[in-house]
Design a protein around this ligand. Structure first.
Ligand code: DQA
Length: 145
């Protein structure tokens, strides 16, 4: 089964970006781990990161057409994008929301709202990059429907 792992803005700088919050693993390393974890679970994982909201929306629209399960860390867009809310609403295969940190425990009030969560089969937060492994496990157990 194919699974798409989509990472939103600023996650391309993982490893260098606020490592005290997001850790030292780079995005390339995370992508390789996701592929490896996925193959151990019998999943064909594709990982994409973008700083361009339209690109994320295009990928989600394609995932809707192809009924592909999605692991999504929409980063800051999580907290304010209504277009992202609409894109997630149309997905039919499982959507798992991931955050490396625990946004609801962070001091900024704006991080306490998620426009992804209402459409997610599960939300995994505050587990560091292991959250992605847990999300892939969830999808492997759940299947594409
Ligand atoms: C994040 C949490 C968001 O609040 C933040 O904007 C991010 C990363 C996380 O993975 O913890 O960019 O999604």
């Amino acid at each position: 089964m194919k699974v798409l792992v989509l990472n939103g803005p600023n996650l391309g700088r993982l490893g260098r970006r606020q490592p005290e919050i997001y850790g030292h693993t780079t995005h390339d390393e995370l992508a390789a781990l996701c592929v490896e974890w996925g193959s151990g679970l019998g999943l064909e994982v594709e990982v994409r990161q973008t700083n361009h909201e339209g690109e994320l929306l295009d990928r989600l629209n394609r995932a809707a057409d192809e009924e592909t399960p999605v692991v999504l860390n929409a980063a800051a867009w999580t907290h304010y994008s209504l277009a992202l809310y609409d894109a997630c609403a149309q997905l039919t295969a499982p959507l798992v929301e991931v955050h490396i940190s625990e946004p609801k425990q962070r001091p900024e009030q704006f991080r306490h709202t998620s426009y992804v969560e209402p459409h997610a089969a599960a939300t995994i937060s505050g587990q560091g990059i292991d959250g992605y492994r847990q999300a892939l496990e969830f999808i492997a157990a759940r299947g594409a429907h």
